[in-house]
Design a protein around this ligand. Sequence first.
Ligand SMILES: NC(=O)c1ccc[n+]([C@@H]2O[C@H](COP(=O)([O-])OP(=O)(O)OC[C@H]3O[C@@H](n4cnc5c(N)ncnc54)[C@H](OP(=O)(O)O)[C@@H]3O)[C@@H](O)[C@H]2O)c1
Length: 490
Amino acid sequence: MLQRVTRSTIIDAPIDRVWAVLRDFNSHDQWHDVVDQSRIEGDESSAQVGCVRSFSLKDGNRIREQLLTLDDRQYKSTYCIVEATVPLERYVATVTLKPVTDGNRTFWHWESTFASPPGRERELHDMVAQGVYEAGFENLRRHLRSGGDLHAPGASHAVPMPTALPVATRCVTVRAYGEADQLVAGDAEVAAPADHEVRIRQRAIGVNFIDVYLRRGWIPPMLGPGGTPGMEAAGSVLDVGTGVTGWMPGDRVAYLGPAPGAYCGVRNVPADWLVRLPATVDDDTAAALLLKGLTADYLLRDLGRVQRGTRLLVHAAAGGVGLLVCAWARRLGAIVIGTVSSEQKALLARAHGCETVIVTRDYRFADAVQRHCGGADVVIDGLGDTAFDENLAALALCGHWISLGQASGALRKVDPELLLHKSLSFSRPVVFHYVATRAALAERAQRLWDALADGTLKRPPIERHSLEAAAQAHERLESRRTSGALVLLA
Ligand SMILES: NC(=O)c1ccc[n+]([C@@H]2O[C@H](COP(=O)([O-])OP(=O)(O)OC[C@H]3O[C@@H](n4cnc5c(N)ncnc54)[C@H](OP(=O)(O)O)[C@@H]3O)[C@@H](O)[C@H]2O)c1
């Protein structure tokens, strides 16, 4: 009969730091007292499912174990004994980590099932429960306290110090400017972080419409053929370069920055781009919200000066930026009117605070806006050229047209004479200029997390694609069939 052993504990360290040690199938001789030596057989890496490790234990026993599963998203691995001098038969074990929500700590669950020879059940149960699992908990705590994981030789995933080796990853590049199928995934190596840089293991990458412009070749100075798009991601710090203060391996972070390159599993970025993630915000939500939420923040608070009674027209009101702008503007007391292209999107926009929704696929909205409220004080326009004339017609006297994007086509030059007729103003902002200092970034990010926590912003729908399927994500975004945000999972 099989018996089961389960043990759990809380480790006082961030989950990514704990996982960096435990996911390494060849690390036990560095931290577990019962293991004398560990080596991976053949030429395989310790992260290769199917690899076999050979342990010699300090009591003279030998065990060969095989890695069966390794899941970096679920923080879970499974392994089994294939051969041992201790009579643990059909032994299969699982290690699972979960973040502890109140603080940067980790819940670690370790369990196994196995058969043992008659009469030795109790002895072997206690050996696994106490000698392996409970002792392992204590040994790992000691290892982390001493910083042993930071200096472990050959610990490629275990937060190396500045002398660290390159890390292999997957990366998406634009083969040549063009359609979505020009996005291709390939292998890449990420060097150790340079001075003032942080190397990040990315788990969720935000997809933004600017990624499409870059892929199409609309902004060549920002991205040439062969380059990697992507302006934001969330994950955890792998290691830091010299001169970096305030960030530790294992810290959960997200970033946005003016240089593309986020479509990959591991990336170096300047430490100044980072924001710390609250425990309540998971990686997917952070990647879905950071760039878009900070955009909503500067649009409403600084550029649009939206307040009670402001008549606000929001295009693509059910989109990634649109839903956040609607919800936040409504909380500020604005009169929120949105345009969307389908009834389904209208429902969603309404649920996120857009009081009046105009459903139009062909960019006809000015009459409806004028009829509804006498014109818009502020237009938040990511549509671009196709909505050019209608935007001018929809604005009230002294209105402000904020052109933040061009999903429908590149905006033609704006003739100042066109603004004269109604004393209009025109802005062409870029989010990165509004988070150009650490203080501005930290302040805006804090407002975003607060707005999420107090219910001002609802979590938007998130459409998830794998990093390998970046092309498919772009096709979806360009098809006008998405609502909310898209993220790539690395
Ligand atoms: N300047 C900045 O700081 C900044 C920062 C972030 C985003 N942006 C801009 O804000 C806009 C929204 O970005 P997002 O990432 O949140 O995208 P999104 O709004 O989720 O997706 C774009 C939406 O635009 C609408 N659209 C209208 N005509 C389109 C067309 N021909 N092709 C594709 N979409 C069309 C669609 O909504 P309907 O079908 O409902 O019309 C579509 O869902 C973009 O223009 C982006 O460049 C600017």
